[in-house]
Design a binder for this molecule. Structure first.
Ligand code: PHE
Length: 468
């Protein structure tokens, strides 16, 4: 009976045509700015290869289980995030509302940064004045402006919402099937090109060879935080996409493929960025210094300078920003879909009207984030001596506070308040005692405790209480 209900709702809601469509769309969500920009600078900050090794181990043992958990919740309930938690346990319907706030806060500023990427792609094509020769002021002048960043942001948000209007199969799946293979080809091409640059070999070694003396608690914390963000866990996305998945597709192998694909993209991105910086910097210390400047600086300032010095840099810069643009669109689409799915649940609203509502929220909150670097730069808060812009505030609230809370609660609800056979059965591991036991221990104890440590240490670090 229950299966019948699920099949029925799925027919009405639409869904992915098969495994390939689902995996590419979910990998499209996972592969984003986090892989191309955040992962490489964290790799440099936390000592190169040892960070990558830690990241891979955590993804294999924790990340993939959490992916399976979220996809399993989605497919079992066949509902958007609010309906999903309500179905799992009536007492937790309210939690779905909390969950949907996360993508609602993230997508506006994600589109602002997407707009910056678009602007850089265009600037490389037309060869804007000062883009390379004066890269730092070029970037600051651009984001500090009013109309220009707003226009690029608007274009990026419009493209995102337009894809979602076309629906899961005709919009999201079709886009992912085109963009993801293109993304892989561009990334591999850039990596090979960078390998051919003189002096890049040192950077390749730095990226791939783990130096165990650099391993510390901080490496694990950095890798964990990055993993949740990069796999799009705790954002309702995998629950939503899971609800569109066919019953005969294996969740286990899909989750493994998504995790592997995400890690590979992150490593390839590091193998593009780190060696190209090494090829331009005279010494290892200088290369590390350039790489370890977190924030948008690395991608928009330092890397632009690197493109200015390497052979064929303008073409390579253009191709690089096309890569980042594609990766960012497939991620922002998944955020918008998670919100639209909630609004359309049970045919309450037409998809186009839901998209229009989400678009207006994006425009309002995104405009605030964008103007926060210009006319609204007086609006900021000071945390432990660091001034935080409006965009930073949305990011902090969503990624550092709400996302871990949602992660912990998801595990606690499934681990403690839902029949422990339901989700393993949906994932297809119920007959394998070892796997089922492993999965239950991860959901009940390991994951909530680890995420709690990440949450608390992140907050203590941010407020300068404890320097880890
Ligand atoms: N996973 C994306 C990345 O690596 C970030 C993201 C998280 C995007 C959640 C959408 C939703 O960039």
């Amino acid at each position: 009976m229950e299966e019948k209900i699920n099949e029925f709702t799925k027919k009405k809601r639409g869904g992915f045509s098969g495994k390939l469509g689902f995996v590419l769309a979910a990998a499209g969500s996972a592969v984003g700015l986090g892989n191309l920009w955040r992962f490489p600078y964290l790799t440099a900050e936390y000592g190169g290869g040892i960070f990558i090794l830690t990241y891979i181990i955590l993804t294999l043992f924790l990340g993939i289980s959490l992916l399976m958990l979220e996809i399993g919740i989605g497919r079992y309930t066949g509902k958007s995030v609010i309906g999903a938690f309500g179905t799992l346990n009536k007492k937790f319907k309210w939690f779905g509302y909390l969950c949907v706030i996360v993508p609602l806060l993230v997508v506006p500023y994600y589109c602002v940064i997407g707009g910056w990427v678009l602007k850089y792609g265009v600037s490389f094509v037309v060869g804007s004045d000062g883009l390379i020769s004066n890269s730092s002021s070029f970037f600051n002048n651009f984001i500090g402006g009013t109309a220009e960043p707003l226009i690029y942001f608007l274009i990026f948000a419009f493209i995102t919402v337009l894809i979602v209007i076309f629906g899961v199969q005709k919009g999201i799946e079709r886009m992912s099937k085109i963009l993801m293979p293109t993304l892989a080809i561009i990334a591999l091409f850039l990596m090979v090109y960078v390998f051919c640059l003189k002096g890049s070999g040192k950077g390749v070694k730095y990226t791939l060879l783990p130096d165990f003396s650099k391993f510390s608690f901080k490496t694990v914390l950095g890798a964990l935080g990055q993993m949740f963000y990069s796999l799009s866990i705790g954002m309702c996305i995998m629950i939503t996409y899971g609800s569109y998945m066919k019953k005969d597709v294996s969740i286990k192998s899909s989750a493994i493929q998504i995790g592997v694909c995400d890690s590979l993209f992150a490593i390839v991105a590091s193998l593009i960025i780190i060696p190209s910086v090494f090829a331009c910097a005279p010494t290892t210390a200088e290369a590390e210094g350039m790489l370890a400047s977190p924030g948008p600086g690395l991608m928009f300032v330092q890397l632009t300078e690197v493109f200015g010095t390497i052979k064929g840099g303008r073409v390579i810069g253009t191709i690089f920003f096309i890569l980042v643009f594609f990766a960012a669109v497939t991620s922002s689409v998944s955020l918008v879909e998670s919100i639209v799915a909630v609004l359309c649940e049970g045919d309450k609203m037409k998809r186009s009207s839901a998209c229009a509502i989400v678009f207006s929220v994006i425009l309002t909150l995104g405009a605030l984030s964008s103007l926060g670097f210009g006319v609204l730069d007086g609006v900021s808060i000071n945390i432990a001596g660091n001034s935080k812009s409006i965009l930073d505030m949305f990011d902090l609230l969503a990624n550092n506070i709400l996302l871990p809370i949602v992660g912990i609660m998801t595990c606690v609800i499934v681990g403690w308040f839902v029949d422990k056979k339901i989700i393993p059965k949906e994932i297809g591991i119920d007959k394998n005692k070892t796997l089922r036991g492993f999965f239950n221990v991860i959901t009940k104890y390991v994951a909530p405790i680890i995420i709690l440590i990440v949450l608390v240490s992140g907050l203590l670090d941010m407020f300068g209480v404890l320097k880890i």
